[in-house]
Design a protein around this ligand. Structure first.
Ligand SMILES: Cc1cc2nc3c(=O)[nH]c(=O)nc-3n(C[C@H](O)[C@H](O)[C@H](O)COP(=O)(O)O)c2cc1C
Length: 310
């Protein structure tokens, strides 16, 4: 007997028709692209991270593929929060008419500035504001990113929570830390409602013929298949350490990958590099694969999978 599998889930009171969330940055902020991804099946879409001022980003080449994944050093190019909020206001109305929540993403050089950007972006009434803390803290003597230090990560949450009223706040953690569970505890203690894990992993590619790094920025962030085992481990650590929903992100290319991410303890699943591997219909294809898995394994509710492998 065939049954209808239920893919809907609740992410901190945000209703998602399915757990797949467009990861930040992969589709830029173009309203047309965010809408296209929403129409192709996404449960929610995250806009590109924006900063207090516009940023040009790094010169080309900024992205490359190798046998096991992608590497990018876009340099967080964005139009700045004042322009981005206008774009998000425009796309927000259309997204809500098709029932797909919009998540905003912000970054800044200090905790105070994080609060200022959060205040402006709130005007678009996103369903969630994600703080991308994988950027350098200008007040840190060693230029360490906020994500590398529990105290500075928590301070960002304090300022963002104060700025956004009732809008839930997600914090996006970085994989290259000795104890990601401890960082998660610090941000949740300060009021983070959701954790997104993970951002890309720092890496470098060298072209042996040219004897040069492949990217103009020399190093970049690894995403795609190579990131999956790292992301699964981080999500499982976080799920064991805190009690807030997790958007598990990193290397989800197939429905099976998404199922594994849920089993590691994620409530929702971020999808980014899959667009490179599976084209613009990535969401529809991954959703079909999830449904097939659920039917084959007699699973009616997607929530039954959460944390199964912990
Ligand atoms: C081209 C590109 C741009 C990205 N830009 C951002 C960004 O602006 N903000 C952010 O938080 N993460 C950004 N990321 C990281 C993704 O959101 C995601 O965390 C990462 O790529 C891992 O997921 P994936 O393996 O599914 O791509 C970017 C990734 C890529 C590949």
């Amino acid at each position: 007997m065939r049954f209808e599998s239920n893919l809907a889930c609740e992410l901190n009171e945000i209703h998602l028709r399915n757990p797949l969330v467009l990861a930040s940055g992969v589709m830029g902020t173009s309203p047309a692209l965010l809408l296209r991804v929403a129409r192709s099946g996404a449960g929610a879409v995250t806009a590109k991270s924006c900063s207090p001022q516009p940023r040009e980003g790094h010169p080309n080449p900024v992205m490359a593929e190798w046998e096991h994944g992608l590497i990018n050093a876009i340099g967080l190019s964005n139009p700045g929060v004042d322009e981005e909020v206008e774009q998000l206001i425009e796309v927000q109305q259309q997204l809500s008419s098709i029932g797909v929540p919009l998540f905003a993403s912000i970054f800044a050089g200090s905790a105070e500035e994080f609060g200022e950007v959060a205040t402006v972006i709130s005007e678009a009434h996103p369903a969630l504001i994600e703080a991308n803390i994988s950027c350098p803290n200008v007040h840190n003597d060693f230029g360490l990113p906020f994500a590398a230090d529990a105290k500075s990560a928590a301070e960002v949450v304090r300022f963002v929570k104060n700025a956004v009223g009732t809008i839930p706040v997600a914090v996006k953690l970085a994989p290259n830390v000795p104890d990601i569970g401890r960082i998660a505890q610090a941000v949740v203690a300060e009021g983070a409602d959701v954790i997104t894990a993970i951002n890309t992993m720092p890496g470098m590619l060298i072209d042996a013929d040219a004897g040069l790094p492949v990217l103009s920025n020399r190093s970049g962030g690894i995403s795609g298949p190579a990131l999956k085992p790292i992301a699964l481990r981080c999500v499982a650590e976080i799920a064991r350490s805190v009690d807030v929903p997790i958007i598990g992100t990193g290397g989800v290319i197939t429905g099976r990958d998404a199922i594994e991410m849920l089993m590691a303890g994620a409530t929702a699943v971020g999808v980014g590099s899959a667009f490179w591997y599976r084209g613009t219909e990535a969401f529809a294809v991954i959703l079909d694969e999830i449904k097939d898995f659920m039917i084959d394994h007699n699973i009616q509710e997607i929530s039954q999978l959460i944390g199964k492998a912990l």
